[in-house]
Write a protein that binds this ligand. Structure first.
Ligand SMILES: [Zn+2]
Length: 451
């Protein structure tokens, strides 16, 4: 049974990869139609909803007569671009070879599109659960989700509102003496802004004939780029560090390590190549990324713009940015304009879903630990945390059968692939999580066989 479920998921994953949903432009509808074919005739309700022509989202649901929790299985259909010439296989071939499924989306996020559909159908067909189970595979996540999950939350809240959301963004195994499986429980906010500097034009053969705006922008870039905002340790990161230490055999008690200062000094030693990630989990960050100013080599530029990618921890917002920049750029005249704002979000850790993940992990991987984790980038979970207060977790479990650094390179990178063993693992563990959450479900059985 398990074997046939795995091959069903592998086959669907392969076919999904063959539908090119590169975003932009997305064109997710053909992939949503493929899922609609799988849902047809299974006794579940579903809707294919386009947020714009070609931008397909699919939502399916199953409800029991008896009340119980509502859970949304969330994934996205779009993928980031792939440059075929850099890959060793056609990125849209969906080839299954050497024990792997290859192609853009194999990990991000068509693995969960396929796994979650199988798990959804298993539970819906078993009818053993009490509550409401929702499946949504959405458009546009890679470009911010406003034509996908964000659109569904706004236009069709009745379809996707749920107490719990299981989404991408976590689930990978960090190997150690004991493995740690990460659950994304929080994500930083995005506060991109632009600084405008003004000067006075002049002839560049006489630099002092003008007031060079480029120099002001350069000064600002250096100041913002070189200094680090103070450390601010939240519960997600604190527990994450504790669990990672525990997994590496660092003895208890940890309490003395957990005041911010020693922790920061430990970061590079503990984290190795993940030090930049851990550093970004400990504080707000600002990275100057784009400078535009001047258009003639012999003219002193009278204006210059500097764009900054700023990421904030939960609890921080626009006001913090304004006052931090004011302090950092003392003595410089500038105008600050936000170009993108998405607040940080977090979910509580003491929920039945989190507990279900812990129980499922310990039954599938004895001895493994589960840790909360705050991602430095955003996912669609934020829409559900903000609009409905859902407990949303990033948990698409995959084992570290390639080094984590390799795995992270494949996502949005070259030769993205997932092992068939990991497809099986992901399916089994995701299903186990739901069996624990919905105790009425009979383990290992389905009422109807699937082809
Ligand atoms: Zn993704």
């Amino acid at each position: 049974m398990q074997e046939s479920s795995t091959s069903w998921v592998v086959d669907l994953l392969s076919r999904l990869i063959q539908v090119d949903t590169t975003n932009p432009p997305g064109n997710e509808t053909p992939a949503a139609k493929l899922l609609a074919e799988e849902l047809e005739g299974r006794g579940v309700e579903y809707k294919l909803l386009e947020s714009a022509p070609g931008r397909g989202n699919i939502v399916a649901w199953a409800e029991s007569r008896e009340p119980g929790p509502s859970l949304l299985l969330l994934s996205h259909l779009d993928v980031v671009p792939a440059r075929a010439e850099e890959w060793s296989v056609d990125p849209f071939s969906g080839a299954v070879k050497d024990g792997f499924v290859w192609g853009r989306g194999a990990l991000d996020d068509k693995l969960s599109v396929a796994v979650m559909l199988r798990v959804f159908l298993d539970l819906a067909e078993s009818r053993g659960f009490k509550g409401r189970l929702i499946y949504a595979a959405t458009a546009d996540e890679e470009m911010g989700g406003r034509m996908g999950a964000g659109w569904l939350v706004e236009k069709h809240p009745e379809l996707v509102r749920a107490d719990y959301v299981l989404n991408e963004g976590g689930g990978f195994e960090v190997p150690g003496k004991r493995s740690v499986f990460l659950v994304q429980t929080a994500e930083k906010g995005v506060y991109w802004f632009r600084l405008k500097f003004k000067g006075r034009p002049g002839h560049a053969s006489m630099p002092k004939s003008g007031d060079n705006a480029l120099l002001k922008a350069a000064e600002a870039a250096v100041r913002l780029g070189r200094r680090s905002p103070p450390v601010s340790l939240n519960q997600h990161v604190k527990l994450f560090v504790e669990r990672v230490l525990e997994s590496r055999g660092v003895p208890s008690p940890f309490s003395k390590l957990l005041s911010a200062k020693p922790l920061v000094s430990l970061v590079p030693r503990l984290a190795g190549e993940s030090a930049p990630m851990l550093d970004a989990m400990l504080r707000n960050t600002l990275a100057p990324t784009v400078a535009r100013g001047g258009d003639k080599v012999n003219v002193i530029p009278s204006s210059c713009e500097l764009s900054v990618d700023c990421r904030l921890l939960p609890g921080y917002g626009e006001e913090w940015v304004r006052s931090y920049v004011l302090g950092a750029l003392r003595g410089l005249d500038y105008e600050l304009e936000f170009i993108h704002r998405d607040q940080a979000t977090e979910s509580p850790l003491s929920t039945p879903l989190y507990a279900a993940i812990e129980r499922a992990v310990s039954s599938e991987v004895p001895g493994a630990l589960v840790s909360p984790y705050m991602s430095t980038g955003g996912t669609d979970s934020r829409f559900f945390r903000l609009a409905f207060g859902s407990a949303a977790y990033g948990f698409v479990p995959v084992r570290a059968d390639v080094p984590l650094s390799e795995l992270l390179k494949m996502v949005h990178g070259v030769d993205e692939r997932v092992s068939v063993r990991n497809v099986e693992f992901c399916y089994k563990l995701t299903r186990r999580v739901l069996e624990v959450l919905f105790p009425g479900v009979t383990r290992g059985s389905r009422s109807r066989a699937h082809p």
